[in-house]
Design a protein around this ligand. Sequence first.
Ligand code: BES
Ligand code: MN
Length: 414
Amino acid sequence: MGFNTKLLKGVRHDAVFAELTADKLLPTVLIYGHYDVQPPEPLEEWKTPPFKPTIKGNQIYARGSSDNKGQIMIHLMAVKKLIEKSRNPKSNRKLPINFKFIIEGEEEIGSPSVGNLVKRYSKNLLKCDYLLVSDTEMPSKGQPSIDISLRGLLYAEVEVQSARHDLHSGLYGGVAENPAIVLSKMISKLKDDTGHVLIPHFYDSVKPFSKEELKDFSKLKITPSQIIRESGIYQTTKGEKGFSLEERLWTRPTLDVNGIWGGYQGEGSKTIIPSKSCAKISMRLVPDQNPNEVYKNFVNYMKKTAPNTVKLRFIRHADCLPYKAPTQNKVFDLMKKSLKKVFGKNPVYKGVGGSIGFVPITAKALNVPCLLVGFALPDGNIHAPNERFSLSNYFKGIEAMSGFYSNLDKKNRI
Ligand code: BES
Ligand code: MN
């Protein structure tokens, strides 16, 4: 397509960068996506091979179809369309904007290289007037949306050890500590029955969302039965008192155990007191919580709740900052118009419960707004078997994006 390209070194996987400068005086958009995906397992639950994209009806099935390659393709195709128009001597339509793309390969592990890339390239390669990211979802089919927030993440692992090795539970039961029970008790002290996290200072820097933002969210009118239908959960939990489902999904921090193990897990029985027990614990964060602060408070609290019969070991995994979009910027209204034109419905502002490591870091360093415009759907099975992407959303997305850029060259200079 005539772009200049460059590989940007990553700690595990390099990022792909491309730029096309039509005119130095024009504004520049930096479009972000990620080419890495979550593991496809369990394989036996896939109806078509995860890495052989298969079109059935209005859907394309493949790991990464929604998260995130199908959505990246929307932007490539929209830009391609505009470039072709601009190169057609008969059409006389110059490009309204300069394009940059960065497609990274470490998003699903928390974007560990983005901090350094931004430090190194924020004043040249990555410099832009705004970011554009399609790595989120619409609230339902036919209802376009712009996301105004992302949650952050802190992911940690803890190991509780009480002895050098496993012990006969008859020989030492009664005098030896059981680390699995200790860990369970420690975990039970992390949050109350409403989901409120009990780590001291956990909520200190939580900044409430504005009335206007909450009003926009409440328009979505999410119901427990809708969540139950989409997710397959049996029941929604009680939840913190005074918070709507939208608030609980997007504006409140959470704590979850992602995995827990220790001791004998083989067939039959084995009478031991295990020497170790471990858990992977993650927290979704909201503005302005900081993963470093939260980690410190988490570790201190775990140490405080542990009896002196055990030793603790902590591992810190991925983290992401939370993000809040500056919707007063006029690109948000322009994007709303373009989406409305194609989907025939007024777009809504909503939040995202998940995280995208690149967005908060880059938006802050470059001091630019980020447009989060998702085209995946809640039934797209992201991170799950039979991930899929709606082809009609794909084609509408291309139209909406090329429409957005075409509007830029009218009177809507940003
Ligand atoms: N595309 C998702 C983010 C997302 C999730 C958007 C749900 C909308 C709804 C992204 O690829 C993702 O999965 N991020 C991870 C990051 C983590 C592994 C550091 C996440 O949120 O778990
Ligand atoms: Mn993902």
